[in-house]
Write a protein that binds this ligand. Structure first.
Ligand SMILES: N[C@@H](CCC(=O)N[C@@H](CS)C(=O)NCC(=O)O)C(=O)O
Ligand SMILES: [Fe+2]
Length: 357
């Protein structure tokens, strides 16, 4: 089964795409973003995938790539165009190369013009093309900095993208209006810069007069991306709690596994946010757990000492996830959700008080 996810970074209006062979559990990630590396690694982990490659469509001018950071986190390899001028990649791609994941692959197409090293990745069955900033939905990448070349862009789009099947979906690198997908047929007809009967000279005239301000991050982004996102002296994105082996979920919740809690019951305070009848009910409760039902947690947060980390627990781990957010808001730094709640705790035969069988 083919697995596909489109992820959005609102700060830079950038799309990141996860493509995987769900049977082989191998994945590639197109255009990750530095700040979103915690999100992306959480998703890859939750879906049980091995990230083989991060694939760059080009050296971005508006955000720093997450390639290097994800290599650190997940052991993925970095691939970018041989014409990009970037150093530190694991693989340098050329036109018509293929990048495999499980039984699937993407084909590389050189689509220069926005930059020299712009690539489009076309899925093996030509149903999807990831065009980066070459073709945008009813737009295209600008050609007024880096190695921008409007004539090269026009020719690349016509030769390499508009030659794909009409039904091939186009997934762009950005969209500034929130649009998510287009198709080759649609852009060939309606792209106001490149489509219809517009000639190369029409296009050049259009692009000379775009009049866009330079991206705000360009002076930071380009040098960092020429090193594939390797940044010295810049803190790793995301939080790094050091009091326990916590895991950040794609939902944004810090989780802790039951076995660790069992072994550290003296070092943490367990806050049981179920209703009183559940606390004293058949599942029992964790020894020493303090009962504060979720509805009263915000008001009663002052009852919880701040000298020890707090672990929130409920029946299945849902209400307690919300409890961690409430506690964070109330000023608790060291908070985690007990993964799987009392159900998993009991399934793992860990210690309980007051249980009825
Ligand atoms: N306002 C954005 C800049 C957006 C921008 O220039 N994007 C480039 C892609 S890196 C582009 O080609 N835009 C084409 C367009 O907006 O038509 C920022 O400051 O980051
Ligand atoms: Fe770009």
């Amino acid at each position: 089964m083919f697995l596909f996810r489109q992820l959005f970074d609102p700060q830079s209006s950038t799309y990141t795409y996860l493509l995987a062979d769900a049977d082989a559990r191998e994945a590639v990630l197109i255009d990750p973003i530095f700040e979103e590396a915690p999100r992306d690694s959480a998703l890859v982990r939750e879906l049980g995938l091995k990230l083989l490659y991060t694939l760059e469509t080009h050296v971005h001018a508006d955000h720093v790539t997450g390639g290097w950071n994800l290599k650190d986190r997940l052991g993925s390899r970095i691939a970018i165009s041989a014409d990009s001028g970037a150093e530190g990649a694991d693989r340098y791609l050329k036109d018509r190369d293929t990048v495999k994941f499980g039984k699937r692959y993407v084909q590389v197409r050189a689509t220069p013009g926005h930059t020299n090293g712009c690539l489009t990745y076309v899925l093996d069955d030509e149903t999807m093309a990831f065009t980066g900033d070459c073709v945008l939905i009813r737009g295209c990448g600008r050609t007024d900095f880096q190695q921008g070349d409007a004539r090269a862009l026009y020719r690349a789009v016509h030769a390499q993208i508009f030659s794909l099947p009409e039904s091939c979906l186009i997934y762009p690198g950005h969209d500034y209006r929130g649009l998510t997908v287009s198709s080759v047929g649609e852009e060939r007809r309606f792209n106001p810069r490149l489509g219809g009967e517009l000639s190369e000279d029409d296009f050049v005239g259009y692009m000379k007069n775009l009049g866009l301000p330079h991206p705000k991050q360009i002076d930071i982004a380009v040098p960092a991306n020429l090193k594939c996102g390797r940044r010295e002296g810049v803190a790793d994105p995301g939080e790094h709690p050091d009091w326990a082996p916590l895991n950040l979920t794609f939902a944004g919740i810090w989780e802790i596994q039951p076995h660790w809690v069992q072994e550290h019951l003296r070092d943490v305070q367990v806050i049981d946010v179920r209703e009183p009848e559940e606390y004293d009910g058949p599942l029992g409760h964790i020894p020493g757990a303090v009962s504060i039902p979720l509805g009263g947690l915000a008001a009663r947060a002052g009852e919880i000492a701040k000298d020890r980390p707090a672990v929130a627990v409920c029946r299945a781990g849902g209400r307690s996830a919300q409890a961690t957010l409430i506690l964070k808001k109330a000023g608790f730094d060291r908070v985690a959700n007990l993964a799987g709640g009392m159900l998993r705790w009991r399934a793992q035969h860990l210690a309980v008080e007051g249980a009825r069988d």
